[in-house]
Design a protein around this ligand. Sequence first.
Ligand code: TXA
Ligand code: MG
Length: 318
Amino acid sequence: MITTDISKAKQVLEAGGIVAIPTETVYGLAGNAFNEAAVRKIFELKRRPLYNPLIVHIHSAEFLSQVATDIPAAAIKLAESLWPGPLTMILKKKPAVPDLVTAGKDTVAVRVPNHPLALQLLRQLSFPLAAPSANPFSSISPTTAAHVAEYFGDQLPVILDGGDCQRGLESTIIGFEEEQPVLYRLGALPVEGIEKVAGKVVYRTKAAGTDVTAPGMLSKHYSPATRTLLTENVDQAVRAHRGLRIGLLVFKDSYRGDDVAYQECLSPSGDMETAAANLYAAMHRLDKQDLDLILAELLPEEGLGKTINDRLRRAAEQ
Ligand code: TXA
Ligand code: MG
């Protein structure tokens, strides 16, 4: 059932069930983070490997001490200035968080989502919510309640409808080495925003697929079913694939020719926030056009453009 009634979601969650919740980034598949049976259901529903840990969602930084310990001063500063918001922090975990949530790691990923419905719901619950993005493993993340319904239909008793996700990209994930922030996943919060508060961020660059520190970094991820290629020159790429039924995903300049079957322009005004908010919905629509090929235009490699390009690269991975 798609509903805006928080009490329905609360009821299911308190009984150990799973619901979809809106956040400002993407929709999540949520369950009681302290209830192992509920967490197991999330993994099963999403067909997610058990080595891939979940993010724990809380309603405010005050709740941190119930799930994490030995919190670095830099993390407290970041929480104070950027929560609620699209920032996930990896911290030392407390025993109350089941090993299943953290895939056996001694750390836990935590964030306060910035969405009024999610926050109201969390405030009414006595436990935090473990929630991965509400898509089957490795497919495109959902940014509307309808996307979630297409993926999981009647397998979910409640899909809490919070409208279109404002940010449209997953949260940025950072951990800490001593006090130094370390980037685990590019996300909706540009790294520059973190650096303003907590100083230089170190990038973890490991060969794709060789590290499961944050499987959001797995090379194939966020993928449409349609073959996807990246380009920096749309005209040339279209010419090179004449004869195919082509769909385009362009940043700001629409393609003028009549030799493509379908096209999505992410932000005619060229602003990255709009492009980010539209990205996954555009990918969902493209994937439904019965295309032979999606040609996706890379954005300038700065600010949110870095995150969008990261997602496009993973979408294009075979
Ligand atoms: O915006 C978001 O972060 C959304 C919304 C629903 O909050 N959630 C989300 O969850 O994107 P998910 O499960 O799709 O991605 C979470 C990422 C995974 O790549 C996982 O490996 C990483 O967080 N992660 C979770 N716990 C971790 C830990 N203890 N150490 C390192 N990485 C962790
Ligand atoms: Mg995900």
